[in-house]
Design a protein around this ligand. Structure first.
Ligand SMILES: [Zn+2]
Ligand SMILES: [Zn+2]
Length: 123
């Protein structure tokens, strides 16, 4: 084997290793994003849509960090009644009218519109 051929093989080997490293990094980033999106969809599942009455009862046991829970922070109107459907942020328990577009906010920002906390409690 000539010196030129050996050099070409070495360059090919280095390029192959570099490509493998890039592939692993891309795959890891993709898996990470997929898990994160799964968390968001889990936070936006049927389990976090409930009646105002239930959501308010959940909040009653927890300290309210700011604001009152009788007003939707998105449309700023008071909740009409006990069986109005609201979306609850799992991490902090804050809730908003299910119809006020909070799902779009949560998908885009992944934080609570009221307290800016994450959707899920930190591990
Ligand atoms: Zn609202
Ligand atoms: Zn919150």
């Amino acid at each position: 084997m000539s010196a030129g051929a050996v050099l070409a093989l070495q360059i090919a080997a280095v390029a192959l290793v570099a490509a493998l490293i890039v592939a692993v990094i891309v795959a890891a980033a993709w898996v990470g994003a997929a898990v994160h999106d799964g968390d968001v969809e889990r936070a936006l599942g049927a389990a976090t849509v409930m009646t105002y009455e239930r959501a308010a009862a959940r909040m009653a046991g927890a300290p309210a960090p700011e604001g009152k829970a009788d007003r939707c922070a998105i449309c700023l109107s008071e909740y009409a009644g006990g069986d109005e459907l609201v979306r609850v942020v799992p991490a902090c328990g804050h809730f908003f009218h299910a119809e006020c577009g909070v799902d779009g906010w949560l998908r885009a920002r992944r934080t609570c519109p009221l307290c800016r906390g994450g959707l899920w409690p930190l591990p």
